[in-house]
Design a protein around this ligand. Structure first.
Ligand SMILES: [Zn+2]
Ligand SMILES: [Zn+2]
Length: 223
């Protein structure tokens, strides 16, 4: 395996009200400081436009080379938060829609799906164990993040093996200091979101914990 490390789960103040201090302009320098190759912006139920992303890259990458940003999204399904990579539109996956709908839409669009923070107890969220029939269509399980550590992380790893899901990591950063604390390693740097999705679907990835220091706790999101 190579050494291209991407943080697959980052929020910003632009579209995630629960991340007020993490300005998008900070992402590239934060990822660079951590030695990462890049990261994915995954706001709650909101996909950045390509133009917007390019504008951010131009305005904040001065003096930083080789750090890539990608567009993804964290979909608030009825009983889980699902990270999606390579989706073109969110029109068919409104907030609160069934997990199976997210799977069907992602399959049509060739997008990759990762089940985020599987053991976070919050609102209507249920762990993947509540859905023994959901297996195909989910490609990865977030086994490491600011919200999934210690015993939860161990439990997630064994569940991933059991279901045949690839293990991934992502910070779920809502504050600048958490960017890049957990991430995923790839054997190459994906060219765009579609290539990233294909790499995840193919399992060309493995989780990487970059900081053992305790991360900053955060308030739970409204979404
Ligand atoms: Zn979430
Ligand atoms: Zn999140």
């Amino acid at each position: 395996m190579g050494r291209f490390i991407l943080d697959l789960h980052m929020h910003t103040s632009r579209y995630s009200p629960c991340a007020p201090l993490l300005e998008p302009e900070m992402l590239i320098s934060r990822l660079h400081e951590r030695g990462l190759s890049g990261g994915v912006i995954t706001e709650h139920d909101m996909l950045w436009s390509e133009d917007e992303l390019q504008e951010l890259i131009h305005s904040s990458s001065e003096g930083v080379e080789g750090v890539r940003l990608y567009r993804g999204v964290e979909i608030s399904a009825d009983h889980a938060h699902i990270l999606a990579f390579g989706l073109e539109s969110l029109a068919e996956t409104p907030r609160g829609c069934p997990i199976q709908r997210v799977i069907d839409v992602a399959r049509e669009q060739g997008a990759a799906l990762i089940w985020a923070h599987p053991y976070l107890v919050y609102r209507n969220m249920l762990s993947p164990e509540h859905f023994p029939d959901i297996r195909l269509g989910i490609h990865g399980l977030e086994v490491s993040s600011s919200m999934t550590k210690g015993d939860d992380s161990k439990r997630a790893k064994s569940l991933a093996q059991e279901r045949g899901w690839h293990m991934t990591g992502g910070s779920d950063a809502h504050a600048p200091e958490n960017v890049g604390i957990a991430a995923t390693e790839f054997p190459f740097l994906p060219q765009d979101e579609k290539a990233l999705a294909q790499a995840i679907i193919a399992g060309q990835c493995r989780p990487k914990v970059l900081s053992t220091k305790s991360s900053t706790p955060r308030k739970k999101c409204s979404s």
